[in-house]
Design a protein around this ligand. Sequence first.
Ligand code: URA
Length: 434
Amino acid sequence: MRMVDIIAKKRDGGELSTEEIRFLVTGYTDGSIPDYQMSAWAMAVLFRGMTARETGDLTLAMAGSGEQLDLSSLPGMKVDKHSTGGVGDKITLVVAPLVAAAGIPVAKMSGRGLGYSGGTIDKLESFTGFQVERSREQFLQQVRDIGVSVIGQSGNLTPADKKLYALRDVTATVEAVPLIASSIMSKKIAAGADAILLDVKVGKGAFMKSLEQAETLARAMVEIGSQVGRKTVAVISDMNQPLGFAVGNALEVKEAIETLAGKGPEDLTELALAIGSRMLVLGGLVSSVEEGRQKLLEIIASGKAVDKLAEMVEAQGGVKDEVYSPEKLPQAQILHAILAKEDGYVAEIDAEAIGHASVVLGAGRQTKDMPIDLAVGIVLHKKRGDQVTAGEPLATIHANQETLLRSALEAMQDAFLIAQQPPEKQALIYKIVE
Ligand code: URA
């Protein structure tokens, strides 16, 4: 088999065989296929696309390119969850302990922040001493003991995807839907999931800017799931404005704790219930989304959801007391309110601008290995549709350096759009694809 023939076949719109796809993934992982040939192939895929069968084969080949996690020693269906990334998206911090408290084992690998969208692993490090690097045995034993563990991604999972993603990033081929879908799904499969719940974000603060794009991606991933025998459901949710009020690591952890205690923002609570209840259905614990929702509401009301987070923090070396006294989490020294300049209604909150401002403050990385400031970020006081009067605070910036505060103010100077009429209602969940 020759890579040049595979490139030509795809260039001319042909369908690659399972063997050809395995050949290119294996060859690229072991270095026998060079970057320039893989780039030419990725560009051919961008223009010609892939069939569902080819996409399923690519996913499985990438999932099998490195270590795979075997979760079979854990009881029941293992349901994983993945978000395509957004601003203020702390859903995993809420849903992992919540679903675990309901009885579904959660053995989850999460990522660090990427660009202006935050990462669960960075957020969890807001707890003093919290360990995100665990051995396989520690990880699985913790799930057996308390039902939940969230750790960082292992270096040996899906090396083919790691290499291909980095290549796509610099060859203008990130946007190819079959490549995005197989990249995400290969990581979930390698992490051992039996069933997968995807939160596909759409809007200004998301990777997918239009509902049509988001739905195409969601359908591609659900189709891969059915091709490879992993039941997959996608929730397409709004990312035009940040989720909840808090953006920034420790600030988001505090908000997640409030949500687990039943006192969280409405949009965050609703999305967590929508995602969590579907995870319970996928895990076979309940037979309907409504039943799942009721169960989760009962768990929240009983205090068991907060307790489960505290158990997880303690089991991973963190200070459990910080869950019950979140004021002990890292706090920024400078608080600066952004005030409304006029009366009216909040017509838009630009999630991307808020995300950028939080990175500028130090909540995210501007270079790969940069340390982050866990305390800083932005807390909104108003959401889209809320009425405001001139002089009322729209948001508070939590900063640790005056110069960074000024840069953040600049980054978000046009983030709030105030209009004289209330904006049309915008959905939180646009569609469920299954
Ligand atoms: N996220 C991924 O993991 N892979 C992609 O290709 C795009 C987003």
